[in-house]
Ligand binder design. Structure first.
Ligand code: PLP
Length: 387
């Protein structure tokens, strides 16, 4: 699904030098690489604060702790997402309130959010799934109206840019000039979170994550929580966690960050080649783009119509082509989340997506030739299953 070796070979000199520098100065924890990475990423995203942490799951948990969410508080999230989004909500004793997703974008269906808001609702967590932003005009409008926090799960969409229809939605949280109507994913809500898992658009060589925010007070609290709840060593003001990005991972990210835009373009090129080759097939729905967001294609996820997905995957695998199902089971149907399952509640769009989605290889090293090989196999595989 990814080619991390091929990507490394192209920037080997920078990566190796960065790692060697950490080994030479032996500041494996809290080395200078962390601060420089945080500053560079903040500049890249146009956000005041970036606080690095150990992974994207921790980032979500820390965001909720920093916003003082308390047991019993309800947090709205899409039912079609990676488990981490819901897991941290449950872990903190909060109640996950799941909402179905939009059939075209796979992101939270904003038309369904308000019906789920109660007196206990404290936050909305839009997930910018597969690389395209959720409808942030609506998320922010609803959050502002009901005085809710917004935590953007940007694990899959770093670099994606959202164009607001209305500057008033955008300004209510962060404050900005009238002319400015675009924001990078993760810098729109009260806090943004991301993951540097190796296969992510900006991935390190192990686990890593970060939080983004424009509010000085929240940022300071996040920093304190990441570091055992202390601002001064051995003085613990709040319960915190130990969540740090290693210096070696920061060095790798420092080497990769200048290439993020090129990586995005490589993914978008691969996506348009797939589109060209697969877009006319009657049994394939290629991923839809929305006007308000760029798509950074963390995944190229199509929907199959009337095709036996398992059989198609087996045919592709016979030809050495990997494929993945993100995600096969909706959150509320997972055993771990059964207790949050409300009698009679269903999520028809997510239910269908779990049956029909298929993600094809998507990474920065894909050539047109490889995409053509994959697409031809997808088409011949589907056609052979239909006869
Ligand atoms: C949408 C989403 N949220 C959160 C995470 C968690 O990130 P991590 O694996 O770094 O903990 C992921 C990782 O796959 C993700 O895709």
């Amino acid at each position: 699904m990814v080619d991390l070796k091929g990507q490394y070979e192209k920037i080997k000199t920078e990566i190796d030098a960065g790692i060697q520098e950490v080994i030479n100065n032996t500041q494996f924890i809290k080395g200078p690489q962390i601060k420089s990475f945080e500053e560079s990423l903040a500049k890249e995203l146009g956000v005041k604060h970036v606080i690095a942490c150990a992974n994207g799951t921790d980032a979500l948990q820390i965001a909720m702790m920093a916003l003082d969410l308390r047991p019993g508080d309800e947090v709205i999230l899409p039912v079609f997402t990676y488990v981490a989004t819901a897991e941290v909500i449950a872990l903190l004793g909060l109640t996950p309130i799941m909402v179905d997703v939009n059939k075209d974008t796979f992101c939270i269906d904003t038309d369904l959010i308000e019906a789920k808001i109660t007196a206990k609702t404290k936050a909305i967590v839009p997930v910018h799934l597969f690389g395209q932003c959720a409808n942030m005009d609506e998320v922010m409008r609803i959050a502002n109206k009901h005085k809710l926090f917004v935590i953007e799960d940007t694990a899959q969409a770093i670099g994606s840019e959202y164009q607001f229809n209305s500057a008033s939605n955008m300004m209510s949280v962060n404050g900005s000039s009238d002319e400015e109507t675009t924001r990078k994913a993760g810098t729109i809500g009260h806090v943004g979170t991301t993951s540097f898992f190796p296969s992510k658009n900006l991935g390190c060589y192990g686990d890593g994550g970060a939080l983004m925010c424009n509010d000085d007070e929240i940022a300071s609290k996040i920093r304190m929580i990441c570091n055992h709840g202390q601002r001064v060593q051995y003085v613990h003001d709040v319960i915190g966690v130990n969540s740090r990005l290693d210096s070696i991972q920061a060095a790798i990210l420092n080497a990769k960050l200048p290439h993020l835009k090129a990586y995005e373009i490589a993914r978008q090129n691969a996506a348009s080649w797939y589109d060209e080759l697969l877009g006319n097939h009657p049994n394939i729905l290629i991923p839809k783009r929305v006007e308000n967001s760029t798509h950074v294609f963390h995944q190229y996820t199509m929907q199959l119509v009337g095709v036996d997905r398992d059989k198609l995957r087996a045919l592709l695998a016979e030809n050495g082509i990997p494929s993945m199902v993100y995600y096969p089971i909706e959150l509320h149907k997972q055993k771990a989340f059964e207790i949050y399952n409300k009698e009679g509640e269903s999520f028809p769009v997510s239910a269908q997506l779990c049956q029909t989605v298929l993600s094809l290889p998507m990474h920065t090293e894909l050539s047109k030739e490889t995409v053509t090989f994959i697409a031809k196999n997808v088409i011949s595989g589907i056609d052979s299953l239909l006869v």
